[in-house]
Design a protein around this ligand. Structure first.
Ligand SMILES: Nc1ncnc2c1ncn2[C@@H]1O[C@H](COP(=O)(O)OP(=O)(O)OP(=O)(O)O)[C@@H](O)[C@H]1O
Length: 321
């Protein structure tokens, strides 16, 4: 459920045409066709879509970096196409390519940006949290992709924005940096910041997002919390019942008779089992009782429902864009 008070961003029926394009005999191309979304304070809202779905265009229209063709946008209560500098000071933007001056060094750059704001965040704190001290003496042009990404996040945050836009926040990050960045993003959300991110990575959305909009071809195709999206079967429009139980135990066990009908049992490698189908609590109880009677302790045990990736592929199709 969305909280009703003061969204940081409301997009209603956004339309964006680009062109005229020579490749279309001088016609315009509609890249966003009536997209709507609401992002709340204290929440992470994800726009999830395949390459070319219209995520970046939508966010750039929301930030006033591209002029929309139609629809309405309210960013912190103002229209980004007509708002003045006072709105920009309340908005943090981390772009995919960073947009940072190549000959600057990280910490002086952050101090310079902080100096432009009335109520900046502590540069020292951002430097510490994002591990920027490790590359403080390196010019921006020589930073690695992941270092640039962390610095771009610090630059987006230093003005202490009310809304933070992140375009593919984990692009180029190694697992440690990704963890650091995700922890910071979650903390900022908890402190009340509204965060809007784009991603084509299901894993990012699944780990971070409070609310997800799946977009395709410049349109909304599904929305909900991750749990809501996972609990409905978009190919059939029904509640999901299919699950898989994975476990490792001694090889060659035959427990098929203790399970309900319609469940598929496989042993992909010796001792590595998967039971797939409409598993019930009674099936789990029967199986664990069967193990207990034989003193079998599985080496591992995992129950999986559908992943967000399954939902996404069901909705947007499996063809590459
Ligand atoms: N100025 C333009 N001229 C021609 N096509 C454009 C223009 N701007 C956007 N497009 C097209 O509009 C579509 C949406 O682009 P957009 O960058 O918003 O997608 P995206 O969802 O952010 O994709 P990605 O995940 O690859 O970054 C793409 O097919 C893109 O090629």
């Amino acid at each position: 459920m969305r909280s009703p008070d003061s969204p940081v961003l409301i997009i209603d029926g956004l339309i964006k045409d680009v062109g005229p394009l020579a490749s279309l005999d001088g016609k315009m191309l509609r890249v966003v066709g009536g997209l709507s979304l609401v992002a709340e304070r204290g929440q992470i809202t994800a726009l999830l879509g395949a390459n070319g779905a219209g995520k970046t265009t939508t966010l750039e229209c929301a930030q006033g970096l591209q002029r929309r063709t139609g629809g309405s946008i309210s960013l912190l209560g103002e229209d980004p196409d007509t708002a003045g500098a006072s709105l920009r000071a309340r908005v943090g933007v981390m772009l995919q390519d960073g947009g940072l001056p190549p000959s600057a060094r990280p910490i002086p750059l952050l101090r310079h940006i902080a100096g432009m704001y009335r109520n900046p965040m502590s540069v020292d704190l951002l430097v510490e949290r994002l591990g920027i001290a490790q590359f403080r003496r390196t010019n921006i042009r020589r930073l690695s992709g992941g270092q640039k990404q962390r610095l771009a996040l610090a630059a987006a945050l230093v003005g202490n924005p009310e809304i933070l836009f992140l375009d593919e926040p984990s692009a180029g990050l190694d697992p440690q940096s990704r963890q650091i960045v995700f922890e910071l993003i979650a903390e900022l959300r908890d402190s009340g910041m509204g965060i809007v991110l784009t991603t084509h990575l299901m894993d990012d959305a699944q780990r971070l997002a409070d609310y997800v909009y799946i977009i395709d071809g410049g349109h909304n195709v599904a929305e909900g919390t991750v749990a809501e999206l996972l609990s409905s079967d978009h190919s059939a429009g029904e509640e999901v019942t299919e699950r898989t139980l994975f476990f490792d135990a001694p090889a060659g066990l035959d427990f098929s008779t203790v399970l309900g009908a319609g469940l598929a049992v496989s042993e992909s490698r010796a001792g590595s089992y998967a039971v797939t189908g409409a598993l019930t609590p009674a099936d789990l109880a029967a199986l664990t009782a069967w193990w207990a009677a034989r003193d079998i302790m599985p080496a591992s045990l995992r129950l999986e429902a559908r992943s967000l990736e399954d939902v996404f592929l069901d909705i947007s199709g499996r063809d590459i864009r």
